[in-house]
Design a protein around this ligand. Structure first.
Ligand code: SF4
Ligand code: SF4
Length: 106
């Protein structure tokens, strides 16, 4: 089985942050989005959402199941090209943002 990559669709995602909360509860045991392995970033001027994940992501799929807009999904390599053509964006993996206060992330 190939590596699964998390994708999000910018036109489906509302920036609601349910995925952040679900991840924090599942993986840190507390309802604190700052401890989630996924982060929803809202552009300060446009309000458009972008997502990043962290290397600690366990690929547990809880974020995917929590999204009632079906705006995120994991996909294996065989499906990447089709998703890209449909406007899905691979969620970047970063660690440098994890400890930044939310007010500094934009
Ligand atoms: S991916 Fe889904 S749950 Fe996460 S912010 Fe976007 S719409 Fe909300
Ligand atoms: S798949 Fe990763 S980002 Fe999503 S809930 Fe699980 S640990 Fe968090």
């Amino acid at each position: 089985m190939t590596e699964q990559v998390l994708f999000y669709h910018p036109e489906k995602c509302s920036g609601c942050r349910r995925c952040e909360m679900a991840c924090a509860i599942q993986n840190a045991g507390v309802s604190n989005p700052a401890l989630a392995n996924i982060r929803v970033l809202l552009h300060p001027r446009l309000g458009t959402p972008s997502l990043v994940t962290f290397f600690d992501c366990t690929r547990c799929q809880v974020c995917v199941k929590s999204c009632n807009l079906e705006a995120i999904q994991f996909a294996e390599e065989a499906g990447w090209r089709e998703l890209l053509q449909e406007g899905w964006i691979p969620v970047p993996v970063a660690d440098s943002l994890r400890r930044q206060p939310e007010s500094e992330v934009n």
